[in-house]
Design a protein around this ligand. Structure first.
Ligand SMILES: [Zn+2]
Length: 189
């Protein structure tokens, strides 16, 4: 007999889903509210079925991503959603909550490079973002998934996080941008 969680986890059309880190065979939809493996209680991880991605070569993927970067084409101008096939291919465009995060520049670290013996050292600073936190890159995905869940009738009343600051800042920003700020709850410490 299936549990209630297993019964609603139809992942047959999804290439991105949760699975147990301990190896239990069940797949769980990323659009379900589920935190741990129903069989053994271990944590879940997001798994990507990479087979469909093989329809393009590495060069074709690179060309596609380059053609989207820093454009105003919704939602592909985002450094995250420009690679949406590698993130969540089944998320509807209307449910993407994005402030065109990502695509932050590289900085030439000339002096540090000389100290390290690396003559041409460039550093990616993902904190050059809307909230000053690289967590924006993850929160655009989380809040987009929540928006799709709500659009599909899931009775989500709040999202919350335990955070020392960065995660809360990013979650607050994206929840507010989604227009559901009245339904979200934040907890930080
Ligand atoms: Zn398990």
């Amino acid at each position: 007999m299936l549990s209630s969680v297993e019964a609603k986890s139809d992942t047959s059309n999804q290439t991105t889903y949760f699975r147990c880190i301990a190896g239990c065979s069940a797949q769980h939809s990323i659009f379900d509210v589920i935190y741990t493996c129903p069989s053994c209680g271990n944590l879940l991880e997001v798994y990507h079925d990479r087979e469909p991605l093989k329809k393009r070569t590495a060069q074709q993927w690179q060309h596609l991503f380059d053609s989207r970067a820093n454009t105003s084409s919704w939602p592909y101008g985002s450094g995250v959603w420009g690679m949406r096939e590698w993130v969540i291919p089944t998320l509807d465009d209307d449910n993407v909550v994005s402030m065109f995060e990502g695509n932050s520049n590289l900085f030439w670290a000339d002096r540090l490079g000389k100290q390290l013996g690396v003559p041409d050292l460039w550093i990616k600073l993902c904190g050059n973002s809307h909230t000053g936190s690289f967590k924006d890159l993850g929160m655009t995905v989380l809040v987009s998934v929540v928006k799709q869940m709500m659009a599909q009738g899931s009775p989500v009343k709040a999202v919350a996080c335990a955070s020392t600051g960065d995660t809360s800042a990013a979650l607050a920003a994206y929840a507010a941008y989604a227009g559901h700020s009245g339904h979200y709850l934040f907890a930080c410490r």
